[in-house]
Design a protein around this ligand. Structure first.
Ligand SMILES: *Cc1c(COP(=O)(O)O)cnc(C)c1O
Length: 408
């Protein structure tokens, strides 16, 4: 069955509760048992069942199964936000003295989080991940994890996903791919050897800007029996599950960044239309990128679907569509605030992956905290505008940008 058929019928895998086709929202945090022995067996892991809402909830579990299905993995854990997923992953799997290699074109909060782990004794190297050689050069005996994103925000660099997968395989490193900007509909990190896949469910998967969430999916491709940081109590049973079990026990249970049933329900109904939304948003993004590319008010356009993009071929090889994020630089003399303020349909807002088209002045908002030197090093100019393209009718988006960019 295809991507969407699987997705929209997956709630029924659990059995239909009260004949309701949607997985109900279970707000309860605790679960009662007929006898104390059953409770004990569930707590000891000898019998399947629910213990406490911080670790398990039927509504959240149904969403986890959907994510697992979309990523073609073995199991997933949902978290309260995408950052909670990433933070919990590092917290559960790294120890003092370990080394982590990450892309230098990382989502701002992930970069900030990794720097904080640096303060707590984890060494982090940020490298230009568009070329796997830069990753290979940084590998040391203490290296445990390589962390990359698929398409970088806002300049749309694409990591050398396949090459880095090869480096990780040869060196026995855990390969973590943050698939947020592509989502499992555009790209399956399994194909490039990812061990764990992270998604911010807040973005394309939820899609409607009405719930926060994050996930980690075990892909069944990493040899956890060679991973030194698995605690003895989790070194039993199927070795493919050791990592995700430790994340669930040490990370989700002890750290507690759980997803609520209510948010899980909204993310779950949102994700049913992922393919339809992304087909439309990517088509809109392509049309806008071509339009910006020809426009006299624009100096440079960054979109992986344009033939001039440095990783155009890579996007074509790996992704179903080249994504729905793009950014552009205005010509000198045009003020990005004035252009943005003239937009009427497009909303001036942060966030991405929404059904609505959103635009923002990058250097003055999401990258402001970095300061001018780091922005310059990352190629972020003061007049760079990022657009997260939504599902509006294409003519309306083109018309809105046309009037905003025309100089009077
Ligand atoms: C937004 C985002 C995150 C964090 O997700 P939240 O749900 O906002 O916490 C992580 N990675 C990428 C690539 C993102 O775009």
């Amino acid at each position: 069955m295809g991507f969407t058929t699987n997705l929209v019928h997956s709630d029924r895998e659990f059995g239909v509760e009260h004949g309701n086709l949607l997985k109900p929202i279970h707000p309860g945090v605790t679960y009662g048992y007929e006898d104390a022995e059953s409770l004990a067996r569930v707590f000891q892991g000898k019998e399947k069942g629910y213990t406490y809402g911080r670790q398990v909830n039927p509504t959240v579990e149904a969403l986890e199964k959907k994510v697992t299905g979309m990523e073609d993995g073995l199991a997933s854990i949902a978290f309260g936000t995408g950052m909670a997923a990433i933070g919990t992953l590092l917290f559960s799997l790294l120890r003092r003295g370990d080394h982590l290699i990450a892309s230098q074109y990382l989502f701002g909060n992930s970069a900030s989080l990794f720097e904080s782990f640096g303060v707590h004794g984890i060494d982090v190297s940020f490298v230009d991940a568009t070329n796997a050689l830069n990753v290979a050069r940084e590998v040391r005996p203490e290296t445990k994890i390589v962390f990359v994103e698929t398409i970088a925000n806002p300049r749309t660099q694409i990591a050398d996903l396949e090459g880095i997968g090869g480096v990780c395989r040869e060196s026995g490193l855990l390969y973590v791919v943050d698939n947020t900007l592509t989502s499992p509909y555009l790209f399956q990190p399994k194909q490039v050897g990812a061990g764990l896949v992270v998604n911010s469910l807040t973005k394309y998967i939820g899609g409607h800007g009405n719930a926060l969430g994050g996930s980690i999916t075990e892909m069944g491709q990493f040899n956890w029996s060679e991973y030194a940081n698995i605690y003895d109590q989790y070194r039993s049973g199927d070795a493919a599950m050791w990592g995700i079990n430790q994340i669930k026990k040490k990370g989700l249970r002890d750290f507690g960044a759980s997803l609520s049933a209510d948010a899980a329900h909204r993310l779950s109904t949102g994700c049913d239309t992922l393919a339809l939304r992304l087909d439309r948003a990517c088509k809109n993004a392509s049309a806008l990128a071509s339009f910006f590319n020809e426009h006299a008010s624009i100096n440079a356009v960054y979109y992986p679907g344009l033939p001039g993009h440095p990783q155009f071929e890579r996007a074509r090889t790996h992704f179903l569509h080249p994504g729905a994020i793009l950014s552009f630089e205005l010509i000198d003399g045009l003020d990005c605030f004035e252009v943005l303020n003239r937009l009427q349909t497009v909303v001036k807002a942060t966030h991405l992956g929404d059904i609505r088209t959103l635009a923002l002045p990058v250097a003055h908002s999401i990258f402001f905290e970095l300061g001018p030197e780091r922005r310059a090093a990352m190629g972020i100019k003061d007049n760079l505008i990022r657009v997260s393209v939504g599902i509006e009718d294409p003519a309306d988006l083109l018309q809105d940008f046309e009037q905003a960019l025309s100089r009077d």
